[in-house]
Each structure stands twice: as structure tokens, then as C-alpha cells.
Design a protein around this ligand. Structure first.
Ligand SMILES: Nc1ncnc2c1ncn2[C@@H]1O[C@H](COP(=O)(O)OP(=O)(O)OP(=O)(O)O)[C@@H](O)[C@H]1O
Ligand SMILES: [Mg+2]
Length: 325
């Protein structure tokens, strides 16, 4: 594990200082496990800017560990219900999918399974249908994580309100209290709306994980990482993969790219990491078509070419790009 900790990317690096026997190794191992659970180490996912989330989960892990040492039940001291809020493509769903493993490893769930659901799985079609339907889903999720994605749909209509009321009511009952993890995920304004129409929600879901928009500089980092992944996936199959434009960028090019991303991140419907994945695929698609002698080159012009940006814009938003990368 210590070697795993050593290879974590620089944004996640930590220095563990202290006298002998003060738990540096244990803490480092715990930190490594959180990163493994979240997929940052095990499957090489190229995640950028999620430190705050990782730190929070790391805090829970330490809390649980220390309380266990004191033979105190940790359940009272870590949250079981979460609101995941943030703009599109910032990792709400993908992080929620990993929470089962995190809580399972903490010994707080009997399974690492995450049950993904939406309003349709909770909301009934006739009077008296919603309560039992919601209860059934909660029962199915006992010992697991119940992810209710696109939570805005629970703010629409009377039956949806009944479903929320049922959840709010059930999770304090002994059958369900601290026996499953419930995550409500959505955009900021949708979560706010949900809170406004369900006054009991805030006290039942005091834990909010905020997923932040990716900054222009982090957009550049993520784009570089995604293309670097392509480069390493191609490995020996090709005679060369020139990614110098992004790996050793000229300062003027970084400046240009930063300003393009600044404008792009301000366009309506910008979906953060998801859109950067699309841009990366577009750039790579053009590069592979232009391959010569099994050599791939991603030059500055290609990175900021209107071709890749136009493809991105029309594929994703059915609009002309407000700015081209
Ligand atoms: N900070 C990040 N760094 C790198 N990749 C990320 C990051 N956040 C999300 N991704 C990737 O972007 C894609 C979309 O993420 P995800 O579906 O979890 O976003 P979301 O917040 O649920 O979006 P939406 O609000 O539209 O449902 C996934 O492939 C995910 O791995
Ligand atoms: Mg999502």
C-alpha cells in the first residue's frame, strides 16, 4: 500500500510527519485506501480537482477508525445521508457509484452495492401507490447505497412530494436508521428547490458534498491527461505519439488555451469533465485520421482547431460553438 500512496498524483500528495509510532503509516494506508476506493489509483482514472471530496471521506475513515479503537459505535459520528450538489459533469454520479465501496470498507454496510434509481422508481401512478413503492425501494437498499440521481424530478408534482416525505419519514425509523446510505444528487438549484419544498430534508441530510466546476487551468490538465491516456494505451503499437503541445506547452499557447477554456466554461450547458472528454475524443479522432507512418501528432493548431470544437459543439449541444477551442 505504501507504494500505492507514493504514486498518487501530485494534486493528491500528502506528507505525513510525526514522531515514531504516532500512526503515520496507518494514516497513509487509510488515505491510500480512500483513493483506491474512489478509483483514483486502481483503475488509473484521470480525476482532477476532487481534493475536498477525498479529504472529507478521509475524515470519516479516521473518525471510524479512532472510535473503533475506543470501542465506541462509529455510526453516530459519520453521515449516512448525503446531498451531492454541483454543476453538470463534475463527478456527482461517478463518486456516488463508489460510495458503496468506501462505506463497505469502513464496515458500515454489508454490501458495496449501489442501487441507482430515479424519481420513477419512487413515485407511484395513483393515490396510495407512492408510499409503498418508496418503502419497497428503501427495503431493497438496506445494507447498500441508494443513489437517487437527477433529484430535481422529486421536486415536481404531488406524488414526487409524497415520495420525498416518505423518505424523510422512513430514514429516522429504526428499520432504516443508519442501515443504508441515501444519496440525493442534483444541480445546485434543483437541490435548493427540493430543500425548499421539503423542510424536513436539511436535518435528515445535513451532509452536503459540493462538486465544483472545473477551473480553466484544470480543464487544460484534464485534457492533457486524457490525451496522455490515449498515448499510453497506444504504447508500442505506434511509431510515435507527439503530444508536446500539451505536455511541454509554450507559455503563449497555455495562455491562449486558458482564455479559450475560460470562455467555453462560461457557455450555457457546459458540462465540465464530460465535455472535456468529448473535446479530447474529437481531437484524438482528427489526429488518428491524419496518422502517417503509424505516427500520431497532436499539434497546437489541432488542439485549438475549430474542427474539433465544432464537432464537440454540434454533437453535444446542437449549437454553433460560442468559442472554439
Ligand atoms: N473532476 C473530474 N476529473 C476528471 N474526470 C471527471 C471529473 N468529474 C467527472 N469526471 C468524469 O466525467 C464524466 C461525467 O461525470 P459524472 O456523470 O459523474 O458527472 P455528474 O456530476 O453526475 O454530471 P450530471 O450532473 O450531468 O449528471 C465521468 O466519466 C467522470 O469520470
Ligand atoms: Mg450525474
Amino acid at each position: 500500500m505504501s507504494s500505492l500512496v507514493a504514486i498518487i498524483e501530485f494534486t493528491l500528495n500528502r506528507v505525513f510527519l510525526g514522531s515514531p509510532g504516532t500512526g503515520k503509516t496507518t494514516v497513509a494506508k487509510l488515505y491510500g485506501q480512500i483513493l483506491v476506493d474512489l478509483g483514483y489509483l486502481s483503475n488509473g482514472e484521470d480525476t482532477i480537482g476532487c481534493e475536498a471530496i477525498i479529504n472529507k471521506l478521509e475524515d470519516y475513515r479516521l473518525t471510524v477508525k479512532h472510535l473503533r479503537e475506543l470501542e465506541i459505535d462509529p455510526r453516530q459520528h459519520v453521515p449516512f445521508n448525503f446531498l451531492f450538489r454541483g454543476p453538470p459533469g463534475t463527478g456527482k454520479t461517478s463518486t456516488a457509484r463508489k460510495m458503496g465501496q468506501v462505506y463497505y470498507d469502513l464496515g458500515l454496510l454489508s454490501s458495496a452495492e449501489v442501487i441507482e434509481s430515479s424519481a420513477t422508481d419512487l413515485v407511484g401512478q395513483y393515490i396510495g401507490h407512492t408510499g409503498p413503492k418508496t418503502q419497497e425501494l428503501l427495503e431493497k437498499s438496506l445494507g447498500k447505497v441508494l443513489l437517487i440521481d437527477e433529484a430535481y424530478r422529486l421536486a415536481e408534482g404531488q406524488f414526487a412530494k409524497e415520495a420525498m416525505d416518505e423518505i424523510v419519514d422512513c430514514i429516522t425509523k429504526p428499520n432504516f436508521f443508519q442501515k443504508l446510505i441515501i444519496i440525493l444528487a442534483g444541480y445546485d438549484q434543483d437541490i435548493n428547490r427540493l430543500i425548499n419544498i421539503n423542510p424536513g430534508l436539511t436535518s435528515r441530510f445535513p451532509e452536503e458534498l459540493e462538486f465544483a466546476s472545473i477551473t480553466p487551468d484544470d480543464c487544460i490538465k484534464l485534457l492533457t491527461k486524457l490525451l496522455q491516456k490515449q498515448k499510453s494505451d497506444f504504447g508500442l503499437k505506434i511509431n510515435g505519439f507527439d503530444l508536446d503541445a500539451l505536455e511541454s506547452p509554450r507559455p503563449e499557447f497555455t495562455k491562449k488555451l486558458r482564455s479559450r477554456f475560460t470562455r467555453l466554461t462560461q457557455t450555457a450547458n457546459w458540462a465540465n469533465a464530460r465535455d472535456i472528454q468529448t473535446i479530447s475524443k474529437s481531437i484524438f479522432g482528427v489526429a488518428i485520421k491524419s496518422m502517417r507512418d503509424k505516427k500520431i501528432a497532436i499539434c497546437e493548431d489541432l488542439v485549438i482547431s475549430s474542427r474539433s470544437a465544432a464537432r464537440y459543439a454540434s454533437a453535444n449541444h446542437n449549437i454553433q460553438p460560442a468559442c472554439s477551442l
